[in-house]
Design a protein around this ligand. Structure first.
Ligand SMILES: [Fe+2]
Length: 398
């Protein structure tokens, strides 16, 4: 699935493979440059495997990945002595990396694309110990709040100005600092921040991470502070800008990763689509108006959405809030942790999530533990709201 590179953040109960794809830095695991020698990661059906050494700059490298083989080699030479072949770089060392590349405009300046619609980025370098990116920023563009999956990092402004809001790993207080051209900052593995374009005019920056980014968690700013929203794996770059077209190593890698052979799965294993279809086969499909009627007739609406989602989307007045992770324990008539009024085999439970996917599986699970009348709200909270039925802001006292 391809998504627009400027897709807005949002929680989805039915995560797509490209979810939030445009917001994260993608296109890893392809070109590895180690110790001045260039190599290419070989992708097999089972995933990423051996590296294929290259004889010289450019030999064997496929065109289209990030920067040209010659430029990859030049960047590796520039970073020689700063970037070891393996191991973790300190924040100070990472700052030296971004500083060194900011000073070498000849290696990247002609590549930069400033686009008012999409925050543009390009991978410059990757080794087993760190990866380096070139980013371009226009007014209004930012990263959203995120961490770096345990990696340390640094970024330096090469042109223009960036503004970083950040939270210390051990604190609640949010701070803010400007990073102007020629300056850089570094951070450790617990760093959570939101980097935005600052000032007037375009900005360009160099970013480095160690170990290379593999996952990032995005956060929601709430009245309770920053709450983790979702973790995304760094994935291949389908359709991402700045990396060439379909005939690239990245495109091949993405396609290979997508071609999962059936014999790699345990026999009888169901995909999520089959699981959903099976669950729905045994459930009454309850649209919002029917659910409303059922509620007036003694049914209970159980909202399994997480807090941050209820804060963003709102609530249904009178719905009972039970986290998905404890749902069965609260509703199993045999459970010590049950809610007695609800944990009844004859009770009519209507499970609600945001869009009606997670609630399907939850309702099917409730049926398996004996709540034979459990079902789900078709279309979830979104359909309820679209039908004009009562909602209110989360945590409302009114
Ligand atoms: Fe970041």
């Amino acid at each position: 699935m391809r998504r627009a590179a400027n897709e807005q953040a949002g929680h989805h109960e039915k995560p797509g493979p490209g979810q939030r794809a445009g917001r994260i830095l993608r296109a890893y695991h392809v070109a590895l440059i180690e110790g001045g020698g260039v190599s290419v990661a070989v992708v097999t059906r089972g995933g990423w495997a051996a590296e294929e050494p290259l004889g010289g700059a450019g030999a064997g490298l496929r065109r289209g990945w990030g920067v040209s083989p010659g430029r990859q080699q030049a960047i590796a030479c520039t970073l020689q002595g700063l970037v070891p072949g393996a191991g973790r770089l300190s924040p100070a060392r990472l700052q030296a990396v971004t500083g060194a590349l900011v000073a070498r405009r000849d290696l990247w300046a002609d590549l930069v694309v400033h686009d008012p619609d999409v925050r543009w980025y390009l991978p410059l370098h990757r080794s087993n110990s760190c990866d380096v990116w070139l980013l371009a920023w226009e007014c209004g563009q930012d990263t959203d709040w995120h961490d770096h999956g345990g990696s340390s990092g640094s970024f330096a402004a090469a042109e223009g100005c960036l503004v970083e809001q950040y939270r210390a790993a051990s604190g609640w207080r949010l701070s803010r600092r400007q990073v102007v051209a020629g300056r850089g900052v570094a951070f450790g593995p617990g760093h959570v921040h939101n980097v935005a374009h600052g000032g007037s005019g375009s900005a360009t920056s160099i970013h480095a991470y160690s170990p290379p980014l593999l996952a990032m968690t995005y956060y929601q700013v709430t009245g309770y502070g920053l709450i983790a929203r979702e973790t995304v794996a760094i994935e291949g770059a389908e359709g991402a800008r700045g990396r060439g077209g379909a005939e690239t190593a990245l495109a091949d890698a993405t396609a290979a990763a997508a071609e999962l052979r059936s014999d790699a799965l345990p026999g009888g294993a169901q995909g999520i689509d089959e699981l959903l279809a099976e669950a729905r086969g045994g459930l009454e499909r309850m649209r919002p108006d029917a659910a409303l009627a059922a509620l007036t007739d003694g049914a209970a609406l159980v909202d399994i959405r997480p807090l941050e989602q209820r804060i963003v989307e709102g609530e249904v007045p009178g719905a009972i809030i039970i986290g998905r992770n404890v749902l069965e324990w609260r509703l199993d008539p045999r459970s010590d942790a049950r809610i007695p009024a609800l944990a009844r085999t004859d009770g009519r439970i209507i499970v609600m999530c945001s869009e009606g996917f997670a609630s399907t599986l939850a309702a099917a699970s409730l049926r398996r533990i004996g709540l034979r009348r459990a079902t789900y709200l078709d279309g979830g909270f979104q359909a309820w709201k679209a039908a004009g039925l009562p909602t209110r802001p989360a945590q409302s006292l009114g």
